[in-house]
Design a protein around this ligand. Sequence first.
Ligand code: ZN
Ligand code: ZN
Length: 184
Amino acid sequence: MVDPDPLSDFHSAETGEPFQDCISCGLSLDHDPSLPYLVAKSYHRNECIFEYAICDDCRSNMAQEFSPGSKQALAGFFEERVKVRERSHLLDSGNGPAPWIEKCAACDSPRNQMESYSLGGVLLGMHMIYDPYPLCLCGKCEEEIQELLSLKTRGMWDDFVEVHFDGPPADVEDLPVKGRPVLF
Ligand SMILES: [Zn+2]
Ligand SMILES: [Zn+2]
């Protein structure tokens, strides 16, 4: 059986279509066909509560502003907890993004048992770029990542959310991770 659209997990939950614009600079994501973009979506009880796409230029501008300690902590987390090399063998399966996102990349919890989680994927046009993305992180591991970040970096993310979103809906205000993007 062939899934008619294996990338549908990385389409906008709001529109059901592929993302059109970079959330940060507002440019159309296909204005430069050689520029990849990141899609990040956060789910709570299987409902998408937060989603965006960001072009590679804006993404690297933002990453440059992370404090050195936060960059190091993020790199360390991925090194230690996400078995990047082991994940690479998934490429051989050639089954599209599904096997990459069925478990938390850091703790191996199955996605269908998570209360909340985030998905991240890097796309180029209509194609997915593999390794180490796409990936899934459960809410607990996201929380762990948040705690590694400096106050300055957390503040930067909070500003990003404040500028680009109306804020999470009231009923998710109490979530441990208040919609801070952790996949970057
Ligand atoms: Zn942009
Ligand atoms: Zn996890």
